[in-house]
Design a protein around this ligand. Sequence first.
Ligand SMILES: [Zn+2]
Length: 116
Amino acid sequence: MHELQIAQNIIIIVNEELVRRQVRKKVREIALVIGQMRAIIPETLRFSFNIQKKRHTQLEESELLIRENDIVVKCNDCQHQFKIQEPQFYCQKCHSANIEILSGNELYVDSIELAD
Ligand SMILES: [Zn+2]
């Protein structure tokens, strides 16, 4: 149900942006960036979005383009940078727990493309 709320939020954000810019055209594509730490299943999110978009005239034909960002962390002791698949917060090189997350926590609408 996590994805259902996110889909609702995306629609709110996009609608607010359309109102703010006084856009009346339909939306073709919404590019979304999701960090893997968010534990969002892209197919579930797209499914929820596709159901909900039908209630919004400007969004009813839009597609969600999802870009997933890897989780990248950096060790503050030895400066080693590496990707991780799942939360495992210690350095792979020196085993320090003094690490910093560089990316992977994102969740935002990157761009909105309008139909002609
Ligand atoms: Zn280290």
